[in-house]
Design a protein around this ligand. Sequence first.
Ligand code: GLN
Length: 462
Amino acid sequence: MKIADKNTKAVDLVREALEKAKKYEEYHCFISMNESHALERAREIDEKIANGEKVGRLAGVPYALKDNYLSREGVTTAAARMLDNFPSPITATAVAKLEAEGAIMIGRTNLDAYAHGSSTENSYFGPTLNSHDTSRVAGGSSGGSAVAVALGIVPFALGSDTGGSIRQPASYNGVIGIKPTYGTVSRYGVVAMASSTDVMGCFANTIEDADLVMRIMAGKDPKDSTTLDDFWTRDLEDAKPKKKKIGIVKDFLGNGVDEEVKKTFLDYAKQAEKAGFEVEEIEMPIAKYGLAIYYIIQPAEVASNLSRYDGIRYGHRAAEITDLDSIYNKTRDEGFMPENKRRIMIGNFVLSSGFFDAYYLKAQKARTLLIKAYDEAFEKYDALLCAVAPAPAFKLGEKVNDPLQMYMEDVMSVPPSMAGLPAIAVPAGSSKSGLPIGVQLVGPRKSDQVLLNIAKSIEESK
Ligand code: GLN
């Protein structure tokens, strides 16, 4: 990516990004633009450079921010009516770190409301269109960010990934998507979805750019007690895999997986062999239960996290209310999208005293088995390879009224999330009709940079 210096003006970098955003308006990547702030910050950076002052590692680099990150510049909507006029009182740690290095947010990107979804169609503001075919979905929930990077509007964009929200749109738009180890980047100042699996990551067009952005955002934050000590500190070439062995999860190659996805995936595996890796099929029967585990635990956490939106504390409040119950009920009815309500209902159901043991508790036990299965696999392999989603981007409107079909999208992306593992999505090819297809590499906790190193060596062996 281009960084501002004596010969490259930050103002030009930002202007160019803003112009591109305008040119590609029909894709609906952005919910709001940050034009005047962005240009002001760019001028400040140019002035510093002119005065010979030190500037950061991302000086003048324009980026796009998923609209569930809080930043004092503008409003954070989470693509929900509930927050459609919510001026952020704080700035997320991840955003503050990027800004301290000179990165400049040009706009806030579209998502499924509260990050619930796999297509960006659950946004209160309407869907984002796929970068390669405007009749298809962008993927989700971080669809706006993925498309903004795929169209070259910005060199990187932030996303959040609870069960695939960075990896799946990355795969659908042919860009790199990083879902780091749970706890790598602070969650402070990001609208919570499911707190035990929410992670903050990024989209980029090159592995080096993604590595740099993650390196800057990673690290311990006293404001988020689940953050890990900073481990994202190596040069990529020093993060070599030790075993040089990759496992292919056989359970994700069966029925229901699109033939072109299978072929692209197997070609990538062959390429990994060319790059010097031993590639073996492994069985992980528990992996296919990942989806069931996720769609119990995640809504339980969603129901808890969304209980704060009550029309009293902050956010939307329904008009002409006469009593307390109606404030809660009408506000929540108006403020949430149908998918948000569905998850609140499922979550409260699985947590209710009569069903807790049968659903929530059982899902937590199964989650432990899943974590163990991964740990065992990583005794033998540096990484596991699988597709990101069962098929390339689907048509707008095709699944939005069929929640189960939509949830099936996540079958391959949720297992690493439930285990807190790093997973990176990289472009691997495309369908005959030109739709991008990605694959994901999943590794043990804190092996994020090793995964990038592996992806790089496979890319270079082509
Ligand atoms: N598609 C998944 C869901 O709807 C994942 C969403 C996410 O990672 N935020 O839950």
